[in-house]
Ligand binder design. Sequence first.
Ligand SMILES: Cc1cc2nc3c(=O)[nH]c(=O)nc-3n(C[C@H](O)[C@H](O)[C@H](O)COP(=O)(O)OP(=O)(O)OC[C@H]3O[C@@H](n4cnc5c(N)ncnc54)[C@H](O)[C@@H]3O)c2cc1C
Length: 425
Amino acid sequence: MNRRLFLGQSAALLGTTAGINKLALASSSNKAQVVVVGAGYGGATAAKYVRMLSNNSISVTLIEPNDNFISCPLSNLVVGGEEKIGALTTSYDGLTDKYGINMVKDMVSKIDTQKKTVTTAGGSTIAYDKLVLSPGINMYMDSIEGLAQANADGVTLQAWKAGPETVALHKQIADMPDGGVVALSIPLAPYRCPPGPYERTCQIANYLKNNKPKSKLVVFDSNANIVSKGGLFSKAWADLYEGYIDYRPDNKVVAVDGKTRTLKFEFSDDFKADVLNVIPTMGAGNIVVDTGLANMNNRWAEVDFLNFESTQAKDVHIVGDSIQVAPRMPKSGHMANQQAKVAAAAIVSELNDFPINPQPVVTNTCYSFVNDRDVVHVASVHQYDPTEKTFLPVKGAGGLSAEPNRIEGIYAWGWAKNIWNDTVG
Ligand SMILES: Cc1cc2nc3c(=O)[nH]c(=O)nc-3n(C[C@H](O)[C@H](O)[C@H](O)COP(=O)(O)OP(=O)(O)OC[C@H]3O[C@@H](n4cnc5c(N)ncnc54)[C@H](O)[C@@H]3O)c2cc1C
């Protein structure tokens, strides 16, 4: 295939799997080894697309400690009791059986960017030609006094990584007596999933309204305003949950006393609640920080947006929530999936000495459920700008729902099933 054709086609397939076989590089002589760390939205997509775009000629090893892929998107429905975690869980079998990815169930504990090796907690050392890191986020438990202890004592939960904690948070709320109080605290942006805490607010309020009508939810937001879809969430809270939600912006939790279930603030009075969902500040996944790649305030990883290569280490590509994002680019699963496709196409091109796409485009859509079926969305399109050397939002593209509606509830499930299939299917 000629280079120009591959380039044009690889740009066009971002966001679709159609016609992959025709686009794939027929370079069976390429014995390159790509190692991917983390099989979430970014890592699993990167692993799969390197295999597909190289016509399976590049070996891919994907390292992940979890048995299955569990989606954070839609997990607020589990917190609110409208869905079961099983509905958000997909096996990794498709990645091994259909795409020939070598899955290693382990945790990467060390990366040597000079020797180009990764070492796992289980003691294996694996060499790479190209490394992709998508380890998600690390929550800074030490940023709130007493939080680590309250977590260890089983009093507080985050449920900001979907799985057993998501189920446990629902159970805490379900076990609370009617008349009880749930407190949700939101960290300062940037954090994983800008609309996520406000969707959670809706889902908890929906549960209380239907099951414990004497109860209420108090939301302590470190931010001055609702960070995403503000007008839509405020209206949904007023229309659907009057008397259930007490939203307090500019209220940053600084300490937790797990024994008395009390939150402490910079300026406001202490607050006691029955259920404490305390979400602390977050940064790049530990392995990114430990490898010295969190070169943006020791918090996020700076990348070259053309191929998502770390600005700190050659042949190490970082995607997903761990990166310092471009302007108005959210930390979302949809965005991690898109970034992974840009990175995968660039990696396959680079390993075959082809030029990379000089102007990639990525999209994002985030759906939020305001009750069990009505949904609002925010969408955006971001194009690489060669002058600014970053992605910039495309003017006039994207936008917001006019109001919560049922049809978008159907779209939201369609989005989820499609992206799960695209990522791990
Ligand atoms: C409540 C909630 C709702 C959300 N809703 C939406 C939504 O509606 N739409 C949307 O687009 N996004 C949503 N998101 C955001 C989305 O979940 C994240 O942006 C997305 O998961 C980021 O992908 P990632 O690959 O960076 O991280 P993840 O998907 O978290 O994947 C990281 C993986 O890396 C693994 N890992 C970490 N460290 C290592 C290591 N050292 N070695 C090996 N493996 C490692 C982890 O086990 C994990 O599987 C939501 C998030 C939350 C919390």
